[in-house]
Design a protein around this ligand. Structure first.
Ligand code: ADP
Length: 577
């Protein structure tokens, strides 16, 4: 953005500077044209004042006589002196047909032209040939520069002599110099004859050819002058444009002076253009700088806002992070609590099972006690009657009954054992054996058939024996409950394995599960049983245990009706118990 701003500013500066330059140049051109016209007309006015003079003088009888008759020159001298004084010209004189001065207005001065031969001057040749002569040169007698205008003196249509008026344009030149402008007149050869710049006088606008230089020397036009070029090549010859003279640049315009082969030039210094361009450039640069400053300011503000926004977002993210961390900590705590609760529930579940089993157990234990009591009474009678030989059988039966009671209490002891929480290789078959042993009184009293299909090899999982037993007990107890009113009570247990898992399927012949039950089965406190019968914790505890051991559990209705529970636990390879 800053780069684009700089580019636009630079472009604006360039446009402002170049259009200012163009406008100023146009303005200067217009002024130059007007000034040129003014200088041209003033010069022409100065010349035209005298232009008629040789024409009129050439027709004066005293002048004609001076040419024709010897001894009349003095009359002509006086006449010329008088007219010259009136006109204000520098000199007025007449030449005979050989170019010799016959009479002159300055006859009585040390610089008198009388007797001088001017036949080498081009104006003499032009006028003796019958036309007007127009010549600028340095006077060979006076050494002063001037404009010579000549006209033929005629008799019977033939040129018998020449009248010449010399004008010194010093005053005009003086005025130009005082005007302070740069203006000059160049003759047909490009020699600067009149100028407001003294140092340019007799310089040439372009280098002179050798031929021209020879001719000028012959005419003694600018005798004693070097006529060096202004050293500007042919630039001035173009008529108008820009020229560099002595490392100063000028805008120039020129026009031919009517009635002569001269050309007048008006030059304007380009300093004004440069000055104006400089001023405009300064203003434009300041403007451009301000634009860049504004852009920088806006950019700075944008950056500041962006960084504030970022800071806000960062703070927001930090706050979120903190909240997340808090939530994680809270979750961990809840998880720990849940784990604790789960352990409690496992224990509670066991106790509940124990409660339910106690009736069956009481019944189981009552029977052997009654039997033992009967055996004891009959043994007492045998001893009284002296039939001691039959005592042995009684005692063996009593012993077997106590063994059975011992087994029952043993199972209860195992069941009430609390998990150690330490994971170790456990053979699922042994866990199942233990669970079935625990549940055997119930299985028997319910007259439930048990089918087991399993591999001969141990099926080792990385778990805790007591909790695996708990899984089996919970599922089998539920199966027994579900088959309470079923005509056929059968539980089929399959133990298989694939490469990764040990799979245990426990299927019953109960009423199966409806969709709602299937969806909510593992939720804590979901139960379809009567109050006092179930609390809805068995399967949710089972689910938690299976998950803890890295396994999965699912339930579905088997094709033959009845429910099937499938537990998968990671197989611990290469281990045996
Ligand atoms: P509870 O046994 O205390 O009801 P559970 O979590 O063990 O709690 O069981 C939840 C529910 O799942 C039971 O109430 C029962 O509706 C259903 N259920 C569990 N096992 C079976 C099964 N084998 N057949 C049909 N329903 C079952």
């Amino acid at each position: 953005m800053t780069f684009v701003g700089t580019l636009i500013s630079a472009l604006l500066v360039w446009l402002a500077v170049s259009s200012t330059g163009n406008l100023t140049i146009r303005e200067l051109e217009n002024t130059g044209q007007a000034r040129l016209a003014l200088y041209d007309s003033s010069l022409r006015a100065a010349i035209d004042r005298y232009r008629y003079l040789p024409y009129v003088v050439a027709r004066h009888h005293q002048v004609i006589e001076a040419i024709l008759k010897q001894g009349t020159a003095h009359i002509a001298n006086l006449y010329l002196q008088r007219v010259n004084e009136r006109s204000g010209a520098a000199a007025l004189y007449i030449l005979d047909r050989t170019g010799q001065t016959v009479a002159s207005s300055n006859w009585n001065t040390p610089d008198s032209f009388v007797g001088e031969d001017y036949s080498f001057r081009p104006y003499f040749n032009q006028s003796i040939a019958g036309s007007e002569g127009f010549f600028f040169g340095i006077g060979v007698t006076t050494g002063r520069a001037g404009l010579f205008i000549s006209n033929p003196i005629r008799q019977d249509g033939e040129a018998i002599g020449v009248v010449v008026v010399k004008l010194e344009l010093d005053e005009l030149e003086q005025n130009w110099q005082e005007g302070g402008e740069t203006v000059f007149v160049a003759d047909a050869d490009g020699v600067i004859t009149l100028t407001s710049r003294g140092d340019w006088k007799y310089r040439t606008v372009s280098p002179l050819s050798d031929q021209d230089r020879d001719r000028i020397v012959r005419n003694r036009q600018y005798s004693g002058r070097e006529l060096t070029s202004l050293d500007v090549g042919r630039q001035l010859a173009k008529g108008s444009g820009i020229v560099t003279i002595s490392s100063q640049r000028f805008l120039f315009d020129s026009k031919p002076i009517r009635g002569s082969d001269w050309r007048i030039y008006y030059l304007t210094s380009m300093d004004l253009v440069t000055d104006r361009q400089g001023a405009v450039m300064l203003i434009a640069i300041i403007g451009g700088g301000m634009i860049i400053l504004v852009i920088l300011f806006l950019r700075e503000r944008e950056l500041k806002l962006a960084s504030q926004r970022e800071a806000r977002e960062f703070a927001h993210i930090q706050a979120l992070n903190t909240r997340l961390e808090e939530e994680i900590t809270e979750r961990r705590r809840t998880e720990d609590e849940l784990r604790g609760t789960q352990n409690e529930l496992v224990q509670a579940g066991k106790l509940a099972a124990l409660g339910q089993m106690s009736a069956a157990i009481a019944h189981e234990i009552n029977q052997p006690i009654t039997a033992i009591r009967t055996f004891c009474a009959s043994a007492k009678l045998m001893i009284e009657r002296g039939k001691t030989e039959q005592l042995d059988q009684n005692i063996r039966q009593i012993s077997s009954l106590t063994e059975r009671m011992g087994a029952i209490t043993g199972q209860l002891k195992t069941f009430s054992r609390k998990s150690t929480g330490v994971l170790e290789p456990v053979d699922l078959k042994i866990a199942l054996d233990n669970a079935l042993q625990l549940l055997s009184p119930q299985l028997e009293s319910e007259e439930c058939t048990l089918e087991r299909h399993e591999l001969n090899t141990p099926l080792i999982v990385h778990a805790d024996l007591v909790r695996i037993e708990q899984i089996c007990v919970n599922i089998i107890r539920n199966a027994l409950d579900a088959m309470e009113s079923s005509p056929t009570k059968r539980i089929r247990i399959d133990l298989t394995t694939n490469d990764d898992d040990v799979i245990m399927r426990i299927a019953d012949t109960g009423q199966g599960m409806n969709d709602e039950t299937l969806a909510l089965l593992f939720d804590p406190f979901f139960t379809t049983k009567d109050p006092g019968q179930g609390v809805g914790l068995g399967l949710s505890v089972t689910y938690g245990i299976v998950r803890d051991f890295g396994g999965t559990i699912k339930a579905y209705n088997s094709a033959s009706g009845g429910a099937c529970f499938e537990v998968r636990l990671p197989l611990l390879k290469g281990k045996t118990t």
